[in-house]
Ligand binder design. Structure first.
Ligand code: DGY
Length: 325
């Protein structure tokens, strides 16, 4: 009998067919997000699960699961971020946790740029104006935005995605500054468009466009609040492609309302998909539904990695993207 695998969301059937020689598959074709109780019920007797960031792998879930099912060996998420996992509890319960890093770096960096440019040049606001039939004449001071070229790009979190964002600044003659838990090696800084390491305060005060690209941990929750935003230039934009919870959204909404910063581009929110509706009343914010890695090629590559991880596990090998070694 083949081991059982839960595919907790609907996805590319041609890729999933690679799993059939190894597993009896249960696929959530409805693509509904399971509650913790439903997950526990579905995972009963399973070897593993392929899931996304919407599945919360908490310590309570793992303990409840382990009390009824000793077979669960692997949870493989289709995401680089794994803040939805309690990794310590996975390890304690002998469950391998895997993610899908790297293949999304360039696509996510492209999207960070798309958001930055749309925000700085007020693209969605101007489009809404046109669609609403408001465009009656061309005016000299019509939808004035901020330049990207020649400006200072700040990056908070200079991992592989941050570095890919920085490299793109070369074509725009930008100065790149960054802050990270650890300063990068000089040769990596050089490749990241000569990015200059600065302290956190300088990053907020000197950036014309500030992109958040750091991983979410409980320590960084709401770490961008009043002190950080009040340091920013009034002409600056804040772009978030990391995790919504990093920013205190009430503070950001206030800053956007009062013009304390010029604009924000947000692909992520603290509560997804039930994001703070106050953002909808603001014209100076560009909002997208967590799609930074959503190109056809990249999402297929991420799913392939998630599949490779469970296949390695069932063969008794170490999954290539094992988090809890
Ligand atoms: C990631 O890969 O972490 C994306 O944000 C999707 O969750």
């Amino acid at each position: 009998m083949r081991p059982k695998l839960l595919v907790a969301r609907a996805m590319f059937p041609d890729l999933l067919s690679r799993l059939t020689p190894y597993f009896d598959l249960e696929i959530n074709q409805e693509d509904r997000i399971f509650t913790e109780d439903e997950l526990i019920e579905r995972l009963h007797g399973k070897f593993g699960m392929i899931c996304t960031s919407s599945a919360k792998i908490s310590s309570s879930l793992l303990q409840r699961l382990k009390s009824i099912n000793d077979d669960l060996k692997i949870i493989s998420t289709i995401a680089v971020g794994y803040d939805n996992f309690d990794i310590a509890s996975c390890t304690e319960n002998r469950v391998m946790a895997t993610n899908s890093p790297d293949v999304l770096n360039e696509t996510t960096a492209d999207f960070a740029w798309a958001l930055m440019m749309a925000t700085a040049r007020r693209v969605t606001e101007a489009e809404a104006f046109l669609r609403d039939g408001e465009w009656k004449k061309w005016s000299v001071d019509f939808f004035l935005g901020a330049d990207i070229h020649g400006s200072t790009l700040g990056i908070l979190g200079m991992g592989r995605i941050g570095q890919a964002i920085a490299r793109r600044a070369a074509g725009f003659g930008m100065q790149v500054i960054y802050h990270n838990r650890q300063r990068l090696d000089p040769d990596i800084e050089l490749k990241a468009h000569c990015a200059e390491y600065v302290d956190r305060e300088t990053l907020f005060s000197a950036s014309d466009h500030l992109i958040l690209a750091l991983p979410f941990t409980p320590e960084v929750r709401h770490s961008i609040g009043v002190a950080e935003i009040s340091r920013m230039k009034r002409s600056a934009t804040l772009i978030n492609i990391a995790r919504g919870g990093i920013v205190d959204e009430d503070v950001l909404i206030d800053a956007l309302r009062t013009g304390q910063i010029a604009g924000a581009g947000l692909d992520v929110f603290e509560n997804e998909p039930n994001f703070n509706r106050a953002f909808l009343d603001l014209k100076n914010v560009v909002l997208t539904p967590h799609i930074a890695s959503a190109s056809e090629q990249t999402r297929r590559a991420m799913v392939s990695q998630a599949i490779n991880n469970v296949i390695a596990a069932v063969k008794g090998e170490i999954p290539p993207n094992l988090i809890n070694r």
